[in-house]
Design a protein around this ligand. Structure first.
Ligand code: FE
Ligand code: CA
Length: 548
């Protein structure tokens, strides 16, 4: 806290060449001696001095990469205000973050956008009034990328809040808040991470996002089903277009979702990190199982539209027809490692025809879920991690839910048991007793532990699993009425509720991960109240979430 307030006072004068927090913390005399020209990365290591660990770590910013010159911005080809999709930021590191916007004439019709490039000026400041702008630049976007803007702003201070905005012609965007990660060797006291998943436009409104936006989180993680590809009219809202198959279909669907003011507010409130699930492409999408050129083309279209709309670094370089990198890792110093899993792009087809309730010998076959490259990545980042906690953004349920064969969803990890064993072995080797999954897809809230031997519910806990309530989607199958109570009675499951919408907030501390489940009272009302439903504590080593 002391370091933060000292730095906040210091930053306005020194901007991005400020000394590292370690230097600031060293002594008041050190601050005076260094002045504004002090370089980062020169702090002494506490191992050398015997001093207590520095809570802020020892990294410092490099000089920012030169960006486009705002004074050369050409006249805008957009007649009206093009910022109808709001702003976003994401993929933070200790010295950088992606800032995003996309220029549109009409959110749901990319064909109305002008067929010309557009110069977009951006500014980043240490205050929301932009009195202290620390960086600015210009990004030229084109119709080929649907006028999406992704800027990798680097040279930033670690664990620091910034505000950003864009300008095109005479039009200003809304202001977004973002935040860099701590240094890799930092020891923050706590971090607060929001988890969102399954936001079917047709099923309800986004009161959950309105509430999330008020929380000023360190990070928001989206677990997938960001859009739904289907074309039906809905129970609460309509998609107003047929099922997505072409690039423009997917662009317009993302545009529709992003036109929602509450979703925009959540994006503008914190940096996001995103994985995906099936509906970003198609129901039960299994990316390594492409059996037709049409499907390959559809997949590439869906991937490109996803990159155009998400504040991810991958958008700057990827060729979607070759596949894209969604998995990744974000470190909150030595407190928490956040592992992002891509459970769709590299998986083999579901066993037993994929239908719920199916069961066949095929289930036990060796079958890829994460793919070889991502398996090796998991081994590396889980096996060699110095953090107190590993939080896993997990797209589908890992808890065994087979109820003795009465209910098996082969689209979940249950359909890929050998891959689940492999993942649990990686956790046992590198992060035993301190790994917590945050899971999407199933349109339920839940809490439990994946047994280390999933077939044996009485075996030692392998990982904790919190199932994140969907933002708006519903599981309306009548089977839910009987299965929900049955699941809650399983000894590895502490709670299961198929009637809840909302979101989850993880407060990560050295001694516990406390997860608050928030509930939307009425998902058909955009102004609905949002209240605390459950609060689950996972303690190191114990893993089974306990209610408090
Ligand atoms: Fe979903
Ligand atoms: Ca799903």
């Amino acid at each position: 806290m002391g370091a933060e307030s000292l730095l906040d006072r210091f930053m306005p004068r020194c901007q991005t060449t400020a000394p590292s927090r370690r230097q600031l913390l060293g002594s008041a005399a050190g601050v005076l001696a260094l002045g504004c020209g002090g370089a980062g990365k020169t702090g002494t290591d506490s191992a050398d001095t015997g001093a207590p660990a520095d809570p802020a770590g020892t990294c410092g910013p490099d000089a920012p990469t030169p960006q486009g010159d705002p004074s050369t911005a050409a006249e805008s080809p957009f007649d009206s205000n093009p910022f109808g999709l709001g702003v976003a930021s994401g993929d933070p590191r200790h010295d950088r973050v992606i800032i995003w916007t996309r220029l549109v004439v009409e959110a749901t019709d990319v064909a109305q956008s002008p067929p010309a490039p557009a110069d977009v000026v951006w500014e980043l400041a240490t205050d929301s009034a932009f009195d202290n702008i620390v960086q600015q630049g210009m990004f030229t976007t084109t119709p080929e990328r649907a006028h999406a803007v992704h800027v990798d702003v680097d040279g930033l201070e670690s664990a620091t809040t910034y505000w950003y905005r864009f300008r095109c012609g005479d039009h200003d965007s809304p202001v977004g808040r973002t935040r860099t990660l701590p240094c890799d060797d930092a020891r923050p006291e706590s971090v607060r991470i929001g988890f969102a998943v399954c936001q079917n436009w047709m099923a309800g409104f986004y009161a959950a996002y309105r509430h999330m936006a008020e929380q000023q989180l360190d990070l928001v993680v989206h677990l997938g089903d960001y859009i739904y590809e289907a074309g039906e009219t809905g129970a609460v809202r309509d998609h107003g277009a047929p099922e997505c198959t072409t690039l423009d279909d997917y662009r317009n669907r993302h545009g529709l979702y992003r036109s929602d003011a509450d979703l925009q507010a959540a994006h503008g409130s914190a940096p996001w990190a995103l994985i995906w699930d099936d509906h970003e492409v198609d129901n039960n999408h299994a990316g390594a199982h492409l059996d037709s050129p049409d499907l390959a083309q559809r997949r590439a279209a869906a991937y490109q539209a996803w990159l155009e709309h998400m504040p991810v670094r991958e958008a700057l370089t990827a060729d979607p027809s070759e596949g894209i990198v969604v998995h990744g890792v974000l470190d909150f110093g030595r407190l928490a490692r956040v592992l992002l899993l891509d459970g769709r792009q590299h998986r083999d087809a579901q066993p037993c025809g994929g239908g719920i309730g199916a069961s066949c010998d095929e289930v036990d076959d060796e079958r890829s879920f994460l793919g070889d490259e991502q398996d090796a990545f998991v081994d590396d980042v889980v096996g060699n991690n110095p953090a107190d906690w590993v939080l896993v953004a997990n797209p589908v349920v890992m808890l065994p839910l087979d109820l003795g064969g009465a209910f098996l969803n082969p689209d979940q990890w249950d359909g890929y048991p050998r891959a689940r064993d492999r993942f649990l072995a990686a956790v046992a080797a590198g992060a035993e007793g301190r790994t917590v999954l945050y899971t999407g897809d199933i349109h339920a809230g839940g809490a439990g532990v994946v047994p280390s031997t999933p077939d044996d519910y009485t075996s030692a806990p392998g990982v904790a699993e919190l199932v994140v309530p969907p933002i708006s989607s519903r599981f309306t199958d009548p089977v839910a009425d009987t299965l929900g109570p049955l699941l809650s009675q399983q000894e590895h499951i502490a709670w299961w509720d198929w009637t809840v919408n909302g979101w989850a907030e993880a407060e990560v501390r050295e001694d516990a991960v406390v997860t608050t489940m928030y509930s939307v009272t009425d998902v058909t009302d955009p102004a609905s109240a949002v209240t605390v439903l459950k609060r689950w504590t996972v303690a190191p080593g114990a893993l089974m979430p306990t209610e408090s």
